[in-house]
Design a protein around this ligand. Structure first.
Ligand code: CA
Length: 230
């Protein structure tokens, strides 16, 4: 299956060249030329990744990002920015963006980052919908609900959850999680895994201090033990 990317960019030349470059890599690309059109498309169709410019007419990139996250959408978002917009960068990460690429960029670098954000594991069984009783996960729609209410997960939390759920019952070493979910090869960021896992417990466990779904395997990593009731 080819991944679908939404490109929100108001500069026609960049929209065309970047769109063509992504299509050449076999991605399915949909475009929008302003923030409102981008938000409408992003909230109407399930994309695997959204690439958007920071400065957009209508609704700015940061507003679109915040508004999409407010709907519970966990699709990875990459923001295109021009040099020296560091303040916006911090704000953007807080609002739920997953990565930044500074203009002008090398296509190869952007494509490499796109790959990291899209790195996903093949779905096995069902339609990517899991029901663990306490929470429900729809991989295709990038949605997680608890007692019928949407749970807001960051894109990384969603990817981590998906990775664990799809390997339910297996112990996954931290290093594998880092490599597969974050694209890191070094072991220096293992705290990152812990931080995200604690956050998943907080959002999805009855009692985060006495986890019943996301178990720690001492000295190794983590194991998801929820039972799919579907
Ligand atoms: Ca712009």
């Amino acid at each position: 299956m080819h991944e679908c990317i939404l490109l929100i960019e108001d500069e026609p030349a960049l929209r065309t060249t970047l769109g063509d470059r992504l299509r050449a890599e076999k991605y399915v690309v949909e475009t929008a030329s302003d923030g409102n059109e981008g938000f409408d498309k992003a909230s109407s169709y399930p994309f695997d990744l959204i690439i958007m410019d920071l400065m957009l007419p209508g609704r700015g990139g940061l507003d679109v990002c915040r508004d999409l996250r407010a709907t519970g959408m966990a699709t990875p978002i990459m923001i295109l920015t021009v040099r020296n917009e560091t303040v916006d960068k911090v704000v953007g990460l807080k609002l739920g963006a997953d990565d930044y690429v500074t203009k002008p960029f090398e296509a190869a670098e952007l494509l490499a980052r796109v790959e990291v954000l899209l790195r996903r594991v093949p779905l096995h069984g069902g339609q990517g919908i899991y029901d663990f009783g306490s929470f429900r996960m729809d991989v295709r729609q990038s949605e997680v609900t608890r007692d019928g209410k949407p749970v807001y997960l960051t894109a990384r939390e969603f990817q981590l959850l998906r990775y664990l759920v799809e390997r339910s019952g297996s112990t996954i070493p931290r290093s594998e999680l880092l490599r597969s979910v974050w694209g890191y090869t070094a072991d220096t960021f293992t705290r990152t895994v812990d931080t995200h896992l604690f956050s998943l417990r907080k959002k999805l466990e009855e009692n985060p201090k006495m986890p019943e779904l996301f178990l720690t395997v001492s000295g190794v990593g983590y194991k998801f033990v929820g039972k799919d009731r579907k």
